[in-house]
Design a protein around this ligand. Structure first.
Ligand SMILES: [Zn+2]
Length: 512
């Protein structure tokens, strides 16, 4: 608010005078409130300043299973280096080849119950600052777009990239694709690769982990869809305009690291306000849909209190034709429809809370999910344990920690380890784990144990204080290992790096 007042001092002064003349009856406090209501830029608007901007228009044709898109990206070089090329992920192309799948072999029939179905992003044209330019697609499965720049882009410089492309939506129960009841338009558009101190991050879409790493950006997306579709999306719907057969949804999403949307005809909804956020459950299964709303709302409220407030106006929990539990996107989580069946009741709560915690660890505080996956998954898994303690008491917390982390993960790992099969290093790239199970046991299981050990050593007060510092310092950005350690060092005035390193790189640990 201070920055805004400085920049707009003259304008504000004139405004104050005019309003003074018109509404002389209001008290000074009244003025202040009135003005701040109009002139205080929200936290999200402030957070969005200087970030890349995506303007996307998508026409959704469910009969043809396509999206016809126009995208304008305003890319800002926020690094200290001169850039000679720009790179974008074309994630849909990771779904193009049956012999280069984004799933482990044993899961192919679950992902493609109707047999393999290809998805893709066909780039038609690219313009750079208004001029059509050549582009190159490459990478493991044509999943990276390279744009040579004319000259270079200096630090702080901005360039405008326009693209026209068609997305083909596969019949697939993984993250991207559609099932019988709905469409999952996630990781669906050209998304700028991250340029960090390592240079460009051009990873393929690995089959293990959540292989995404992104910068926060601002999105303005318009989706034209048949009028009978309900859409759940990142951000907030500003306008809906219809012509009878179709509806155009205009959505704004400031300061988020990705934009996802899910569409289905038969969705019912229920919602609840938590802090400044409306939590909305989209479901096909009414009883479980209400439960999912309750779990998400309780988790959001608790995490607001202990980590720091969730700043977004909307958070959607969406039942989906999806076979892998749950998946986090900004302002939206995608939930496996199987969890909504009665016998999966406990898992519905567990997964809803886990994905909700990701709104803080991934959504707000980002990290390199390929090289530092323990940072978001370990902390998210441990946040889930903390939720159980808050909601049901210490005994339940210990029971969940023991069954989820101890017996569920770490002891399982021990069985592997005794067979000499497992290297216990947590901190390594996702592609170095032998399979999903290995990744899960270490990144989620041993990762959560690391956070538990910190809390045990320093006590609740300092532990939560460090987490809050970490959150407030790095929200809307990407953090690394040392950023996390620094927050613990600061509150305790001790060096926790040896403790972290012991957990991250050493072999066997005792589960207590
Ligand atoms: Zn997770």
């Amino acid at each position: 608010m201070k920055v805004f007042l400085k920049r707009h001092a003259k304008f504000l002064l004139t405004g104050i005078l005019i309003i003074t003349l018109l509404l002389a009856g209001l008290s000074c406090t009244g003025w202040h409130e009135l003005l701040s209501r109009f002139y205080t830029p929200s936290l999200l608007v402030r957070a969005g300043r200087g970030l890349n901007q995506y303007y996307i228009q998508a026409e959704f044709d469910p009969d043809a299973k396509t999206l016809e898109c126009y995208q304008k990206t305003e890319y800002i070089n926020r690094s200290e280096d001169r850039l000679t090329h720009l790179y974008f992920h074309l994630h849909p192309n990771a779904y193009l080849y049956e012999n280069k799948p984004v799933f482990e072999k044993r899961n192919m029939s679950l992902a493609y119950p109707g047999g393999f179905s290809p998805g893709s992003l066909d780039m038609i044209q690219v313009r750079l600052n208004g001029k059509e330019v050549p582009f190159v697609t490459g990478g493991y499965s044509e999943n990276i777009l390279m744009l040579p720049l004319e000259g270079s882009l200096d630090p702080g410089g901005k360039t405008i990239i326009e693209m026209e492309y068609i997305v083909k939506i596969p019949y697939c129960l993984g993250r991207f694709g559609h099932g019988d009841k709905m469409y999952k338009l996630v990781n669906w558009y050209p998304h700028a690769c991250v340029y960090d101190q390592k240079g460009w991050n051009l990873d393929p879409y690995y089959a293990i982990g959540d292989p995404f790493y992104s910068d926060a950006a601002n999105y303005h997306v318009t989706i034209t869809a048949p009028a009978d579709f309900v859409i759940a999306a990142t951000g907030e719907v500003r306008r809906k305009k219809g012509d009878g057969s179709h509806v155009t949804w205009e959505i704004d999403a400031p300061a988020v690291r990705d934009f996802a949307w899910l569409a289905g005809k038969a969705y019912q909804t229920a919602s609840r306000k938590v802090g400044r956020t409306r939590v909305v459950s989209y479901y096909f299964t009414p009883e479980a849909g209400q439960k999912a709303l309750d779990y998400a709302a309780e988790a959001l409220s608790y995490f607001n209190d202990v980590f720091g407030e969730y700043p977004y106006p909307r958070f959607s929990v969406v039942e989906a034709d999806f076979f892998i539990g749950g998946m986090e996107y900004p302002n939206l989580i995608m939930m496996d429809s199987n969890l909504y069946k009665k016998e999966e009741g406990d898992y519905l709560e567990l997964v809803t809370v886990h994905e909700t915690a990701h709104q803080w660890w991934y959504g707000l505080v980002g990290s390199d999910q390929i090289r530092d996956a323990w940072m978001d998954e370990g902390l998210t898994e441990y946040s889930t344990v903390l939720y159980y303690g808050h909601r049901y008491g210490r005994e339940k917390e210990e029971e969940v920690y023991d069954s989820l982390i101890g017996k569920g993960k770490y002891r399982y790992l021990k069985v592997y380890y005794e067979d000499g099969q497992v290297d216990e290093t947590i901190h390594r790239p996702a592609y170095e784990f032998s399979d999903w199970l290995h990744y899960d046991l270490l990144v989620y299981g041993k990762g959560a144990m690391l956070f538990h050990s910190l809390r045990e050593e320093m006590g609740d007060e300092l532990f939560y204080k460090a987490i809050r510092i970490y959150f407030h310092r790095h929200r809307f950005q990407n953090a690394g290992k040392m950023d996390l350690i620094r927050a613990f060092n600061q509150v305790t005035e001790q060096d926790w790096q040896p403790h972290f390193d012991q957990w991250l790189y050493d072999q066997a640990k005792e589960y207590e």
